[in-house]
Write a protein that binds this ligand. Structure first.
Ligand code: ATP
Ligand code: MG
Length: 574
């Protein structure tokens, strides 16, 4: 490709709408342009990189025995009604009617469509196992689309679905995908971790997310410093430290004491006023669920984990009561609610058991109690692990300390079990002629999000530093002063020779100043740059420089091609 004819509009300034680095660089490097909120056009350079990611995924999926299909993006409402998700999906599902007033949606995921296909075609145990995947556009009307491709509304996803005879076979398929995902992200040169995860809207028995480690990540993950336990904080278990002696705070066994805390409502205000640490206060939160309202107790310096509350109560959804609801349900303003005399059922985090002497709201306006002893004073409460894990918590597997990092969820694998096959009656006949539900798994990768995550991990102050496997071009030939016949001849010679060797090469033949050419090459992040300029050419040499390295080396013109090819081979590009 010649730069002079390439549609590559680079930008000098950082676009104001772009908060994260990958979004800024993708706009500046002319890879994408916004059409509407969360909806982007791919320009040639962006599309080339996207295709590289797609192809890496495709090769590994094929290698793992999955077969590519292409399903419709427009889906009839009836299928979603069969699984109950037409109602449950809410506003994220983009719905519309056709000319006959029939309801449709734009697919945010394809469990329904693929299970419908399989229930029609799979008859016998001999038709299983089956793993089908596609690489396709999804639409989710996200509340807060942001960070460019990272959280779009329209985005490209690879989604795969496995179908097996029984649980054991389904788990085998799951782990084959798990391994394929590890290979996919490894070969793209990403620093990532698989973590245990919640199953969310998709549902199922268990799941893992693949997280690219980056400070800009929207997710938080904890992992053990000693064993290989790693989990999304949404999911991470907190194992209460067994038998820990209760800390000697205050006077053990002291009676509850009512104190005035006028106008002090937040944990910070109350603990500052009383001169105690937030870890010595128990906050009381009111949660509403379809099964009723609950008071949830957690330590003042910890956060309640709504997924855990949901699971313990076995409800579909929980929501924190707002100030007005709190007043109505507890009879006191938010900030003074507490367990003593609480009329709602109480759920208490395990972690508060070891607090010997705590501050709690008094269930009376402008008052708190001192010397609350959870063991003595919480007779009817139900204790469970209810809080969000944090750095420093003991690993639930081995007890060693856990660390916390930010991550970008690029992939998600789910063990679905028979959730969808039962809802849609996707069955097969076993060898005894008995009808059984198909066991399923599903496996997604955000293609655009993976590209964005790769840029979050691979850039410097001058632009993107693409890893070789996903770079839009492998080599850029920068011809300084291409009007000079000698420079032009050498540049064109290398261009043709590299193309003949199958190298994806961009020839910068533009009539631009050297500074501009170098800046653009750095911004776009092509991994290898070869500069053909008058200074080196005087000595019969050209400069070869890796994008990631500060300095290049010069090589004689005659040996340049071999040198470049050898370098590419060193970097796995054959
Ligand atoms: P998130 O929690 O980030 O919304 P999700 O759990 O809803 O993700 P899945 O339903 O598991 O996502 O979708 C599979 C993959 O698709 C995700 O791992 C992610 O890489 C990608 N993905 C999901 N939503 C978006 C989006 N809005 N924009 C870009 N990629 C997305
Ligand atoms: Mg989502």
């Amino acid at each position: 490709m010649r730069y002079s004819g390439l549609f590559l509009p680079t930008l000098k300034d950082v676009p104001s709408e772009a908060e994260v680095i990958s979004h800024q660089y993708m706009l500046r490097a002319g890879m994408i342009r916004k059409l509407a909120s969360g909806i982007y056009s791919f320009l040639p350079v962006g599309l080339r990189a996207l295709r590289k990611v797609e192809n890496a995924i495709r090769e590994e999926m094929n290698r793992a025995g999955a077969q590519e299909v292409f399903l419709p993006s427009i889906q009839p409402a009836e299928l979603w009604q069969e699984t109950g998700r037409w109602d449950r999906m809410g506003d994220e599902l983009l719905r519309f009617k056709d000319r006959h007033q029939r309801d449709f949606c734009y697919g945010p995921t394809h469990e329904e469509v693929i299970t419908d296909l399989v229930r029609r075609e799979v008859r016998s145990y001999r038709d299983l196992p089956l793993n089908l995947y596609q690489i396709q556009t999804k639409f989710r009307d996200e509340i807060r689309p942001r960070f460019g491709l990272m959280r779009g509304r329209e985005f490209c996803m690879k989604d795969a679905y496995s179908f097996d005879r029984d649980e054991e076979a389904a788990e085998k398929s799951y782990w084959i995908m798990f391994e394929a995902y590890k290979r996919i992200f490894t070969r793209m040169g990403l620093d990532f971790r698989p973590v245990e995860a919640e199953t969310g809207n998709i549902g199922g028995a268990f799941s893992h997310e693949f997280m690219v480690l980056a400070d800009s990540g929207e997710d938080s993950i904890v992992f053990c410093t000693s064993c290989d336990y790693a989990a999304n904080v949404e999911k991470a278990e907190v194992r209460p430290v067994a038998g820990r002696p209760r800390p000697p705070q205050g006077e053990p066994g002291a009676d509850l004491k009512l104190v005035e805390t006028r106008g002090k409502r937040t944990v910070e205000e109350v603990t500052n006023y009383l001169g105690v640490d937030p870890s010595q206060l128990i906050k009381t939160l009111i949660y509403r669920t379809e099964k009723g309202d609950y008071a949830v107790l957690v330590r003042g310096d910890r956060e309640a984990n709504e997924y855990k509350i949901q699971k313990v109560l076995d409800v579909d959804a929980v929501s924190l009561a707002g100030p007005d609801e709190v007043k109505e349900l507890a009879g006191v303003p938010a900030g003074y609610v507490g367990p003593v005399g609480m009329s709602l059922p109480i759920l208490a985090d395990e972690g508060i058991r070891s607090m010997g002497d705590a501050v709690v709201g008094a269930n009376a306006e402008d008052h708190h109690y001192l010397h609350f002893d959870p063991v003595r004073d919480l007779k009817d409460a139900r204790f469970a692990d209810l809080r969000v894990a944090v750095a420093g918590d003991p690993c639930p597997r081995c007890g060693e300390k856990m660390e916390e990092r930010r991550g970008i969820e690029v992939g998600h694998v789910f063990m679905l079990g028979t959730k969808y096959s039962e809802a849609l009656r996707a069955t097969y006949l076993d060898p005894d002629g008995k009808e059984r539900p198909v066991w399923m798994g599903c496996y997604g990768i955000g293609v655009g999000r993976t590209l964005a995550a790769a840029i979050e991990q691979n850039h410097d102050e001058n632009g993107i530093c693409f890893p070789f496997p996903i770079a839009p071009f492998t080599v850029i030939l920068t011809a300084l002063n291409p009007k000079d016949a000698k420079i032009r001849t050498i540049a064109e010679g290398l261009y043709t020779a590299l193309q003949q060797k199958g190298v994806e090469v961009l020839l910068d033949d533009r009539d631009e100043r050297p500074g501009k050419k170098f800046k653009d090459a750095d911004l776009v992040g092509i991994p290898l740059r070869v500069t053909i300029g008058p200074r080196q050419l005087k000595e019969g040499r050209v400069e070869v420089k890796l994008r990631r390295e500060a300095d290049g080396t010069t090589v004689p013109v005659e040996g340049a091609l071999d040198h470049i090819l050898a370098l590419l081979e060193d970097h796995g590009q054959t």
